[in-house]
Design a protein around this ligand. Structure first.
Ligand SMILES: [Zn+2]
Length: 144
């Protein structure tokens, strides 16, 4: 067979059959598996239900998993809680009034100047890519 480009890494490889779209690189196989699973979950209600039950059973057997995870990953926990507050606020705002897509999060949360309350830890969250949040610290400079 003629070499074809891998759909994940674009490296040319010789497929074993004409259905093979991914090379044997473990990362590419992981991409292939994730795509398969995503498609399967979207199209197969039985598979989706079995997976849900398996996850529920696993969680019953590992009931303190998330508690331990949050204890070990406090920065991620803080970040996630901040993002959840934003999601809750956004959801509440959408429920309260018609959605306004032109106003960003920063404007909706805008505060009036208050020198005593500006210091603290904040997350900068881009409007579209939630995974790219940047942690920043804002500290007021006395006398400015
Ligand atoms: Zn590849």
């Amino acid at each position: 067979m003629e070499p074809v480009p891998c759909l994940a890494c674009s490296t040319f490889f010789t497929p074993r059959n004409k259905l093979q779209d991914f090379c044997s690189n473990p990362n590419c196989q992981l991409v292939r598996k994730n795509l398969w699973q995503k498609k399967k979950l979207a199209t197969d209600p039985e598979y989706r239900e079995e997976k849900r039950l398996a996850q529920k059973k696993w969680l019953q057997n590992n009931s303190d998993y998330w508690k331990n995870y949050r204890r070990k990953n406090q920065e991620k926990t803080t970040r996630n809680r901040s993002l959840q507050k934003i999601r809750n606020k956004r959801k509440k705002n959408q429920a309260d009034s018609q959605p306004c897509k032109t106003i960003g999060i920063a404007k909706m949360d805008a505060r009036k100047a208050n020198k005593n309350r500006i210091s603290g830890q904040y997350w900068l969250v881009p409007m579209i890519a939630k995974m790219d949040a940047i942690e920043i610290f804002i500290t007021s400079i006395p006398g400015s």
